[in-house]
Design a protein around this ligand. Structure first.
Ligand SMILES: [Ca+2]
Length: 384
């Protein structure tokens, strides 16, 4: 004969609703205390190993006592039995251990009877509970594991689907409660911690949201466009504290070395994102009488380097020019200025352009290969 366990709703107050009846025919009595039920063998006694086997076969395990309230409840509710009841503690490797969880028995949880554990005859490795003993009722005693006692079992109310798998289900007398993992809350741990929505300006972001938008464990990765460098963390994570693991990073333009105007020249820069940064362009010009050698402009690249080589302004050299008796004057007209070109036999034109102060005239030379160009030769005016 067996009898079903009444539904929880019929048990408004667990401490006053214990019942005793036959659950497994001829084998066990049960007491319902809300969701968590205690059971004990009512036919025959078992060694500790057999008792555990019995509990694990028909229920969850030998009882794992969690608090004083539970001890008082068991002592009050179970019938007296001269050999008492096995519970789920035994010595493993010399240490008292809750066998259901594998956790060590803590000092605070100890409930030994006076003078126990005494390990009499050095073979007392299992634990009984003194139910309704005239002295030391509800206390524990270490006993040889092969003694035969009643099995005191429990059936857990915690089930895998409880606590939304986002928390630890903790058995209590009469029910269970959820100890939510970090990042979750609510009675069944269904609620997820929210972090502020991230709205970075000008910083590309790529997020993943395992539990909902900008919620616990959401991660957002930040990158920067070409030519920009990230300042700050590359990845932000929504923490259980509702805070992000770091501030939103910023993207700043890559910088190039500062450019200076060439000697005898000028520099004219335009900056897109900041002084001498990615996208800045600088144009070079030279004072009158000097010519630009190198690029007319340079641009700051995404790598932080300038295009082209350094520009410089070169003037005419005075050496030898006016002392040459047979110099020719070559006048070249361009759109912007007249160029007096002193060409002289024997002068190394590769040294040009020169500045020719003693002659009180600004002059430029052209490279040797231009001397014979028709456009230039037509402007040659012999002066000497
Ligand atoms: Ca003992």
């Amino acid at each position: 004969m067996s009898q079903g366990i009444p539904p929880l709703t019929q048990l408004p107050s667990f401490l006053h609703q214990s019942q005793t009846s036959s659950s497994f025919p001829g084998m066990v009595l049960w007491m319902q205390v809300g969701a968590w039920t205690y059971h004990y063998s009512d036919q025959g006694d078992y060694t500790w190993e057999q008792a555990r086997n019995f509990c694990q076969t028909f229920f969850t395990d030998l009882v794992a006592i969690q608090n004083q309230q539970e001890i008082e409840y068991l002592n009050k509710s179970l019938p007296f039995h001269g050999r008492y009841y096995w519970i789920g503690i035994r010595k493993l490797g010399g240490i008292w251990t809750w066998v259901g969880t594998g956790k060590t028995l803590s000092k605070e949880a100890e409930n030994w009877a006076r003078g126990e554990p005494n390990n009499r005859r050095s073979n007392q490795d299992c634990v009984e509970i003194y139910i309704q003993r005239p002295q030391q009722a509800g206390k524990w005693n270490d006993e040889p594991c092969n003694r035969k006692k009643k099995a005191l079992c429990y059936r857990a109310s915690c089930q895998p689907f409880l606590c939304s798998q986002r928390g630890e289900c903790v058995e209590t007398i009469g029910s269970y409660r959820c100890e939510c993992y970090p990042g979750f809350h609510g009675p069944e741990c269904t609620d997820v911690v929210q972090c502020a929505k991230l709205e970075p300006k000008g910083v590309p972001m790529n997020c993943s949201h395992p539990y909902g938008d900008f919620s616990y464990n959401s991660t957002c990765e930040f990158g920067c466009h070409e030519g920009f460098e990230r300042r700050g963390a590359g990845v932000l994570r929504c923490l259980p504290s509702r805070e992000w693991s770091a501030n939103i990073p910023t993207c700043t333009a890559v910088t190039c070395p500062v450019l200076r105007a060439p000697e005898k020249g000028e520099l004219n820069c335009s900056h897109l994102h900041g002084d001498f940064t990615f996208g800045s362009t600088c144009a070079f010009s030279c004072q009158t009488g000097f010519v630009l050698k190198g690029p007319e402009s340079r641009e700051c690249t995404a790598l932080g380097t300038w295009t082209g080589d350094a520009a410089r302004c070169e003037g005419f050299s005075q050496k030898n020019l006016c002392s040459q008796p047979s110099a020719l004057i070559l006048v070249v007209f361009t759109a912007h200025l007249s160029i007096l070109l002193f060409l002289s036999r024997g002068i190394h034109l590769v040294d040009c352009p020169f500045h020719v102060l003693p002659c009180h005239v600004s002059a430029l030379c052209v490279p040797v290969h231009l001397q014979h160009k028709p456009g230039l030769s037509s402007h040659v005016n012999p002066r000497f």
